[in-house]
Design a protein around this ligand. Structure first.
Ligand SMILES: N[C@@H](CCC(=O)N[C@@H](CS)C(=O)NCC(=O)O)C(=O)O
Length: 211
């Protein structure tokens, strides 16, 4: 059994979508970020950077294995199950490239954009423009990739699609609301989002945690 520590956010839902896709049984432990539960010592023992998601695999060889960072969780679960990450060849490296692209680029930039455009009490135009421009650029990069390939890693659905889905959806929703004139114009991304949303595991993972 896997223990999943998560909350209702784009990073948390990467882990729950992956668990749904690979079909491993898991128990959900909501970590309420609005109550600062991510700073509780019992959670920090699993996730020292005080961020969700994190998992504990109670059936790992050698005893329970804790994993934090969404990208590491995706790779861990792919390795454990032999699913959604090719074991060799160009699609393996493409999946890893784009997964790292998401956790190091699209995720942090979209997170900052959401904060400055949607949640910050003081609206700072320079911050909204800087992060909005960078998210627009990253969405353009993704659009060009998806123009040439049905899935991000190439011919097959992979952890790169799961990593990228939640923040792409959140970024486009934030842009449509905060800056309707921006219109990033990413039709291949829009088609891919529809294909992602049609997957039952994606729908189930997006409903975790149930509060
Ligand atoms: N690089 C991390 C980012 C995780 C992250 O930013 N999680 C947010 C929620 S989406 C969080 O737990 N924030 C709590 C905090 O910063 O105190 C990953 O990909 O797992």
């Amino acid at each position: 059994m896997i223990d999943l520590y998560t909350w209702t956010t784009p990073n948390g839902r990467k882990a729950s979508i992956m668990l749904e896709e690979v079909g491993l049984p898991y128990r959900v432990h909501p970590v309420d970020l609005s109550k600062d539960q991510q700073f509780e010592p019992s959670f920090l023992a699993i996730s020292p950077n005080n961020k969700i998601p994190a998992i504990v695999d109670n059936d790992a060889p050698g005893g329970p294995q804790a994993v934090f960072e969404s990208g590491a969780i995706l790779v861990y679960l792919a390795d454990k199950t032999g699913q959604l990450l090719a074991t060799e060849g160009p699609e393996r490296w493409a999946a890893l490239e784009w997964t790292f692209w998401q956790v190091g680029g699209l995720g942090p930039m979209a997170g900052q954009y959401n904060y400055f455009a949607m949640r910050a009490e003081e609206k700072i135009p320079a911050a909204i423009a800087r992060f909005g421009d960078e998210v627009t650029r990253l969405l353009g990069v993704l659009d060009r990739r998806l123009n040439d390939h049905p899935w991000i890693a190439g011919e097959h659905y992979s952890i790169a699609d799961i990593a990228t889905f939640t923040w792409t959806k959140a970024a486009l929703a934030a842009m449509a609301k905060a800056e309707p004139d921006r219109e990033p114009g990413v039709p291949a991304v829009e088609n891919w989002l529809m294909a992602m949303q049609a997957r039952p595991a994606v729908q189930q993972g997006m409903a975790v945690p149930k509060l």
